[in-house]
Design a protein around this ligand. Structure first.
Ligand SMILES: *Cc1c(COP(=O)(O)O)cnc(C)c1O
Ligand code: SF4
Length: 438
């Protein structure tokens, strides 16, 4: 981390200004001239910045800029913040909206994909625009929060949808909003009786920690149970500034989680993640997810194999504190949601014995009891409550309430329909329809 006073652009900036998030936000680096006063740009970077074809604008907070290595193009901080012309390449597998968020939005700005929870997109603004952003289709489009009227429509949907017990506020970055606006939003959600927990997803503690002020945390703590998930990708993002921000949030009683994105050339190494997660735990942040990089347009150069993520979990589980091991997920293209992946620990399964391996490669056997059957506990109230918002799927097969799950496109079924059509033609003059299953 560089001292900002050594950078010519900011040599006259006072500590008060530097520590003021409004100053940080309005002094973001958005053009090549300012950027070239901070780092040595390669011809490649200059080219990328010189034309306006970038889908996602550039904006870097002065704070985050001081974490960049001025001379190393492969600096993990720089690679997250400075555009390159690689972003202009669209791979065959790229999508405009890989997670089909727009398709699962019952009202603009609210994605209802899972049975009992949803995400509320309140702004398209971020303090720093991550080059690998999955929401690059709209992040930074107008660079300001939505109007209260727009957000109100989503709040109305939440209000009339009683299964929604968990609301995740995201964007953009919700913490770029002013305190009053956020307070209005949190108050509106807290007023809804079925909203049990509220979550905020934010990258602010990593890219503009000055935003975490005393007045912000004392406002936030009125809305418990409130959870915050932060977004750190590299141990270099843990600084005295971000540490202070995280401690203030934790001291306000807000449980903190972290979501990282697995990024080629930036953090695709188990040791980098181990270091990052150790540092996060020291700051009372529990690693929650590592995301496989999504199939958003123009970010294929940031993607690793899926195997890299599984390998990282292999290097963590058992080797270090269990709380330092997040879940590695692939967010299913097309809107299927997050799919967890991990190394295989189950080697074989017999009638009463499972053969398992541990992180060292030791192979053991666990013998199950003679009678391991479970019975209904007869607690009807819990059953009724929980099954109402149950998500169906494979759990319905286990429950026995469904016999099979079938793909929508099934050749076998197509054949059967054809037979039925043929039969219908033949039996037009008979009055009794035949059972289709015969
Ligand atoms: C990630 C996500 C959630 C929250 O998922 P959790 O696994 O509960 O953290 C909810 N809705 C959408 C659309 C998401 O992408
Ligand atoms: S903070 Fe999140 S939404 Fe904003 S640019 Fe980064 S990844 Fe995208």
């Amino acid at each position: 981390m560089r001292d900002y006073r050594e950078i010519s652009l900011w040599k006259n900036v006072t500590p008060e200004e530097w520590n003021d998030w409004h100053w940080q936000l309005s002094n973001r680096i958005t053009d090549i001239e300012a950027l070239s006063e901070i780092i040595t740009l390669t011809p490649e970077e200059k080219k990328a910045l010189n034309d306006d074809l970038l889908e996602l604008r550039m904006a870097i907070t002065p704070y985050y800029a001081t974490l960049m290595d001025p001379n190393d193009v492969n600096c993990p901080i720089r690679m997250q913040a400075v555009p390159t012309s690689k972003e202009r390449y669209t791979a065959e597998e790229d999508f405009y909206d890989p997670l089909a968020e727009d398709r699962y939005a019952p009202v603009p700005g609210f994605v209802h994909r899972y049975p009992d929870r949803g995400i509320l997109l309140v702004t398209d603004q971020c303090s720093m625009y991550c080059r690998f952003c999955t929401r690059r289709r709209f992040a930074g489009e107008v660079d300001r929060p939505k109007s209260r009227e727009e957000i109100q429509a989503a709040i109305d949907y939440i209000e009339r949808t009683p299964v929604l017990r968990d609301i995740l506020i995201t964007g953009g970055d919700p913490l770029t909003m002013e305190d009053e606006n956020l307070e209005w939003l949190l108050m509106s959600l807290r007023r809804i009786p079925h909203v049990e927990i509220i979550r905020i997803g934010t990258r602010v503690p990593a890219v503009m920690p000055q935003r975490i002020t005393r007045s912000l945390v004392s406002m936030l703590r009125q809305f418990h149970p409130l959870w915050i998930n932060v977004h750190f990708n590299h141990p270099k993002e843990i600084t005295p500034y971000s540490t202070r921000a995280l401690n203030m949030l934790a001291d306000a009683g807000i449980p903190l989680g972290n979501q990282s994105v697995l990024l080629r050339g930036i953090n695709d190494c188990p040791y980098i993640f181990k270091e990052l997660f150790h540092k996060l735990l020291v700051n009372r942040v529990r690693p929650y997810y590592i995301y496989q990089c999504d199939l958003s347009r123009g970010i294929s150069h940031f993607r690793t194999s899926v195997g890299k993520g599984i390998e990282i979990i292999e290097f963590l589980r058992g080797h270090t504190t269990g709380m330092a091991v997040p879940t590695f997920v692939v967010d299913a293209p097309g809107g299927g949601g997050k799919i967890p992946l991990m190394p295989n620990y189950l080697l074989a399964q017999g009638e009463r014995r499972v053969v398992l391996r541990n992180f060292e490669g030791t192979i053991t056997v666990y013998t199950e009891p003679e009678d391991a059957s479970s019975h209904c506990h007869g607690c009807k109230e819990i059953c009724m409550r929980q099954s109402m918002s149950s998500g169906g799927g494979v759990s319905e097969l286990l429950e026995g309430s469904r016999l099979q799950l079938e793909p929508q496109v099934l050749k076998r079924e197509e054949r059967r329909h054809q037979w039925m059509e043929e039969k219908k033609d033949q039996s037009l003059n008979t009055s009794k329809p035949e059972c289709p299953f015969l």
